[in-house]
Design a protein around this ligand. Structure first.
Ligand code: 6PG
Length: 245
């Protein structure tokens, strides 16, 4: 599979998608670990990510994965206090990371707004953390997709879409609340072997069809994300409904 040929896998519903993606992720992580390398994954937020995270907890006892040897990153984060339920990191902790045996030193949360920190400096700090770990060579980047086609916090029409010389950016005017966020750029997100889109729900069908119909990245940001070895769109039937048959 090459970068130009994204694969599409369609599932009946979100639970079926979460079960298959969960199993596939655990297989991938265990396979990397057998080589002695520590795999790196990028988590996303949103409802399908939450469902996947819970499924990973359910599937972990029957897998060979050692969660203490996985580097865990985020594609984006809401720039809010650390204990806010809006935080992708908090959601991932509650659904997944508090229930598996992670090494806290390998869980790379994006900075919060705690203490009134500056958004630009917070994004720069996360970029420095990614760089300190080898500037990113992710195994799997997972991305939810919004009805507007956004991925991470890269929204249609925003300047962050065109930042190619940095790893992370501060986003001040997100059309989806909260307005202040940190996002990896495409330059960073695309330093990955695999990009997996996780998309469920009828409200995504238009964005999915446009992404596969050659839309420009400024209109449908999801078109800007791809893996060096594989790009897979995991869809439920509702999200796939407007793809050509
Ligand atoms: C955010 C969300 C968002 C989410 C997509 C898909 O930061 O606002 O995390 O980017 O990933 O909107 O969300 P669903 O899976 O809930 O549709």
């Amino acid at each position: 599979m090459t970068r130009g040929e994204p694969a599409i896998e369609v599932f009946t519903d979100a639970p079926a998608l979460a079960t298959r993606v969960g199993a596939r992720l655990l297989e991938r992580l265990a396979s990397v670990q057998t080589t002695g390398r520590v795999p790196c994954i990028v988590l996303t937020g949103g409802s399908i990510a939450d469902e996947l995270h819970r499924e990973l907890v359910r599937l972990t006892p029957t897998s060979d994965v050692d969660w203490s040897r996985i580097d865990i990153w985020w594609g984006d984060e809401r720039f809010v206090p650390a204990d806010s339920s809006d935080r992708n990191a908090r959601q991932a902790a509650e659904a997944l990371l508090d229930h598996v045996d992670v090494d806290p030193d390998r869980v790379h949360e994006m900075p919060s707004s705690e203490g009134g920190g500056d958004l630009t400096q917070a994004a720069a700090a996360y970029a420095a953390e990614v760089r300190a770990h080898g500037a990113g060579a992710f195994d799997v980047v997972m991305l939810g997709v919004g009805p507007d086609g956004h991925v991470a916090s890269l929204f249609p029409g925003l300047p962050a879409l065109d930042v190619h010389d940095d790893i992370a950016v501060g986003v001040r005017d997100s059309p989806k609340p909260p307005p202040e966020r940190i996002s990896l750029t495409f330059a960073a997100l695309n330093r990955t072997r695999a990009t997996w889109f996780l998309v469920t729900g009828a409200e995504k069908a238009d964005a999915v069809a446009r992404a596969h119909g050659g839309a420009d990245v400024h209109e449908v940001p999801a078109t800007g994300a791809h893996g060096s070895e594989e790009t897979v769109w995991f869809l439920d039937e509702a999200a796939a409904a407007r793809l050509p048959t």
